[in-house]
Every structure is written in structure tokens, then in C-alpha cells.
Design a protein around this ligand. Structure first.
Ligand code: ADP
Length: 328
């Protein structure tokens, strides 16, 4: 059976980008067709300035929202990365296979390091080695497929390269994984700045729709989305990124196709109104289920405990084999 692994960082409140780019597919498709593991990757949240209590709170919230979005513990394994030691154990071995140059070429590293410096902070070494830990997350489970948004494909490529290199040097140990992205909304953009992605870690602002935003907040954010001075609704990511983003969000939420939807609308106002309602409808059941789950924190705890046990059972023999292969 195909093995699927993917993760989400508890660095902020989960966004519509996380949901449309990744989480929704995990719940609707991946857990039904594959042996799927989903992970709240809390070690990754330590790569930038963080508040310990907030990371703990956000990890729990991310796990609760993953269950609310439809992950079923009977069908998939949901766990927290730091509960399974194998991730950190394998990461060190992979640091001995990856090169410094490879790490410095990563686009996200360059962007995030520049942001940390702008904020006056120093860049943590773990920010540089983050993609190695991510490779360990993936390779420890002999993963075949990694369903992610577009922004993560370069990191999955690195995991592929490290698997191939390790296998070549030390004998066949890892499955070589590949990334899969959704057909629409693989990169949801910030509503106020359509040149940058709608990311929970980027900043807080009116351009980001959070999964727990009240309907009226969603409507206000979408109605105020930045478009352009044109009038005609056309789908063109290059010259009309704001409108294209709205069309993609609408298409992803309503099941349509962005080019066809462009032909349906005569004004930006009407497009925004329908997009806002489509987003509200997509979020409604997730928010409802989230409220129910928050009333039963013991249930979420139990799911994560059992998830970690199952994950450990898969990862331990793989990581043990890697230790032996490399000469330890
Ligand atoms: P973030 O960038 O919000 O901190 P993570 O790195 O935790 O998100 O990513 C979790 C998943 O959500 C990944 O598969 C990532 O590709 C996806 N994702 C994040 N932001 C977006 C976005 N704006 N559009 C589409 N997918 C996204």
C-alpha cells in the first residue's frame, strides 16, 4: 500500500492556505487511499523565535483542527513529532549526508533568515538545517508520497536527493519519496499582498483567513482583498494576481475551475461576494467539529498518544537500519 506522510508546523493559527493546499486533501483523499501519517511538526517551530507556552498551545490546536477537518484516527495516524524520538535521531544521520551548500540554496531559508535579521534577531542554526529534519520526517516512514502545497516542493526534492545519496553510499535503506500538489490552490496568496503566500508564520494581518475566523471576519477580509484597477474578471496569475487568487480560492471551495469561473463574473464585487460565501461554507463544518472536540480534550490526547505509538513502531526499525548501514 502507498505510504503517505505530511506535516504542519505549529508556528501560528492555521490558515485557509494550509487547508486548501494540504489538509483538505489529507482528509478527503489521502487517508482513504493510502497508509497515511500526519504530523504536527513541533520541532520545526523552534527554528525561529518562539514562546514555549504558545508552541504547546498551537500544537494542540493544530491537532484538534486536523481532526476537525476530517482526519479519522481509524483511517490514519495523527501524532506530534516530538513524541517520536526517531525524527531527531535520523536527522543527525542525514546531516552527515547533506551538504552546507545544499542547505544555503533553499529558498525558504533565504527568505526566513532575511526576516529574522530584519526583526533584529540572529538566525538559528536549526533554520538552516530545517529541511534535513523534514527529510528525516519523511524518510523515517519509508514514505512514497508527500502531499504538500507548492511552497514545500523544493524541500521534498531535497528529501529525495538525500534518500538516493544515502542508499547509494550505504546500501538501500530509504524509499525515494515524491511530492504531490493539488490542481488548484496549491499556493493561496495573501489577500492584501498577492505577491506573497498566505502563510501562518509570515505575519498576522487582514490578508490572511484563519480557519477559526468567524463568518463576518472572513467576509470582511475577502471583500477587502486587493485586486487591481481593471474591471473585467480574467484569470491571469501574472498580471492580475489578486483576482486570480480569488478565482482559485472560489474554485477550490466550490469545485469549479478558475478559467471558467472568470467568465461567469462581470464585476470584482460579485466575485468577492461569492468567494466570501464559499469560504464561509467550507469552514462552517470544520469550525463546528472543532467546537465539539474542544469540549473533549481527553479524546484528542488519546488520539495523539496512540498515534505516536503507531508512528514509533514504523519508524524505529527504519532508523535502526539506517544507523547500522552508516556504520554505527
Ligand atoms: P505555513 O507556511 O503556513 O507555516 P506549513 O509550513 O506548516 O505552513 O505547511 C503546512 C502545509 O500547508 C504544507 O503542505 C504547505 O505546503 C501548505 N501550505 C502552507 N501555506 C500554503 C498556501 N498559502 N497555499 C497552499 N498551501 C499552503
Amino acid at each position: 500500500m502507498t505510504r503517505v506522510f505530511s506535516g504542519i508546523k505549529p508556528t501560528g493559527h492555521l490558515t485557509l492556505g494550509n487547508y486548501l493546499g494540504a489538509m483538505r486533501r489529507w482528509a478527503e483523499v489521502d487517508q482513504h487511499r493510502a497508509d497515511a501519517l500526519f504530523c504536527v511538526v513541533d520541532l520545526h517551530a523552534l527554528t525561529v523565535h518562539h514562546d514555549p507556552a504558545r508552541v504547546r498551545r498551537l500544537s494542540r490546536q493544530a491537532a484538534t483542527l486536523l481532526l476537525a477537518s476530517g482526519l479519522d484516527p481509524e483511517r490514519c495516524t495523527l501524532f506530534v513529532q516530538s513524541h517520536v524520538d526517531e525524527h531527531a535521531r535520523l536527522s543527525y544521520l542525514l546531516e552527515c549526508v547533506a551538504t552546507d551548500g545544499e542547505m544555503r540554496r533553499m529558498i525558504q531559508y533565504k527568505e526566513k533568515a532575511a526576516r529574522e535579521q530584519r526583526r533584529g534577531g540572529s538566525v538559528r542554526l536549526s533554520l538552516l538545517t530545517y529541511p534535513v529534519l523534514m527529510a528525516a520526517d519523511i524518510l523515517a516512514y519509508r514514505t512514497d508520497e508527500v502531499p504538500v502545497g507548492d511552497d514545500q516542493t523544493q524541500h521534498v526534492e531535497l528529501a529525495r536527493d538525500l534518500a538516493v545519496r544515502f542508499n547509494h553510499r550505504y546500501g538501500h535503506t530509504f524509499t525515494v519519496p515524491r511530492a504531490t500538489s493539488p490542481a488548484v490552490a496549491a499556493r493561496v496568496m495573501n489577500l492584501q499582498d498577492p505577491a506573497s503566500k498566505m502563510g501562518k508564520s509570515e505575519d498576522v494581518g487582514p490578508g490572511i483567513v484563519y480557519l477559526l475566523d468567524e463568518p463576518d471576519v472572513v467576509r470582511r477580509k475577502v471583500m477587502r482583498a486587493v485586486t487591481d484597477s481593471g474591471r473585467e474578471v480574467v484569470y491571469d496569475r501574472e498580471s492580475r494576481p489578486g483576482v486570480a487568487n480569488l478565482l482559485e480560492i472560489l474554485a477550490a471551495c466550490s469545485g469549479g475551475n478558475p478559467e471558467e469561473l472568470a467568465g461567469v463574473y462581470e464585476s470584482y464585487g460579485a466575485l468577492k461576494k461569492d468567494t466570501a460565501e464559499a469560504v464561509v461554507e467550507v469552514l462552517r463544518p470544520v469550525q463546528q467539529r472543532h467546537r465539539e472536540l474542544c469540549a473533549d480534550p481527553g479524546y484528542v490526547e488519546g488520539v495523539l498518544r496512540e498515534g505516536a505509538r503507531r508512528a514509533r513502531e514504523i519508524a524505529r526499525p527504519v532508523v535502526d537500519a539506517a544507523y547500522r548501514a552508516i556504520g554505527l
